[in-house]
Design a protein around this ligand. Sequence first.
Ligand code: GLA
Length: 385
Amino acid sequence: MDTVQLETMFANLYGNSETRVFFAPGRVNLIGEHTDYNGGYVLPCALSFGTTLILRKNKLNRIRLATTNFDFRADLPWAEIGDKVGNEWINYPLGVLLQFKQRGFNIGGVDMLFSGNIPNGAGLSSSASIEMVTAIAIDDLLDIKMDRVELIKLCRAAENQFVGMNCGIMDQFAVGMGHKNSALFLNCRSLEYKIIPMNIGGFSLVIANTNKRRELAASKYNERVSECSTALKVLRQVKPMADLTDMSIAEFSGLEYLFEDTTIFKRAKHVISENDRVLQAVSALSSGNLTLFGELMNQSHISLRDDYEVTGFELDSIVSAAWNTKGVLGARMTGAGFGGCSVNLVKDSVVQDFISNVASAYNSLTGLTAEFYNASLGDAAGKVD
Ligand code: GLA
């Protein structure tokens, strides 16, 4: 829906009056998966698709929420905001509103209409996008002028504490700080970052959606987070450190004997090697070595498949179909895993062949129909004029 159609729908739902419009993108992560909550490096990009929000204050002291994406709507007293509502989409904005409340801001009444064009549950951060669009809109509506990084942290807190997903900061940061046609090289502990221009002339980033529903993703994700803290305890026997990513590959080598549980060893191995791959990938990208960049993407997938075990049959099928296609420099899963999307670095001239080859190979392996998107890289969340 375009903004004019949304304004009409807004007026039909809540009546006519002056509104403000905001947009927050989704994100695709190029490399650095499951490193963010381990204090490591990541390399995500903001996408040009995302979530639009139209809103205005109301005098009813009620929070009214609607979306063009789902039928479920809500109309709740501001005073009673505090509990999750089943597994509904409104938990993402509600979690953010609650964070403002807990910081002492009195929102009172607000009418909100959301509209997203990020494929749902695809691992392209539709949730961080809804959270950030809510946060920047409330910040503007109440003229709070909170620092952008504080808003990013507020959104992560909403997801951790309200939604119950112990995610790191990558998604909210990419959505809140991304730059057009660039990737964001972020240190998830210090939050220092660098904008890396995506000079990939002659190549395209193509996102392939497995259309496999992510089942139990939050609980499996939280299980990985806790396995990493177990691994950290094991490695602290030989090195005092704050996060798993404080250990280099060289230091880690030969330490397998410390682990009673091979699963925990493999989790640490993924995180430590993946963190190193991000550094290599950034220098490959900066020096224009796309072949090496692609090779690192492939290694990342293999590590997520064999050591971190978050890929699954569908993602492995779609990625191996890509690896078997000529003109593909690299392919890997992106996001949390357990279904969702892959990201592929494909020579421009073979993009159409890539799509038809991967679609048919994937379909014959899984019976599912994949979808493909050209990853056009957009800007961070902001107000729409
Ligand atoms: C999800 C989380 C992120 C990050 C990725 C995996 O997208 O929200 O914080 O951990 O998974 O890299």
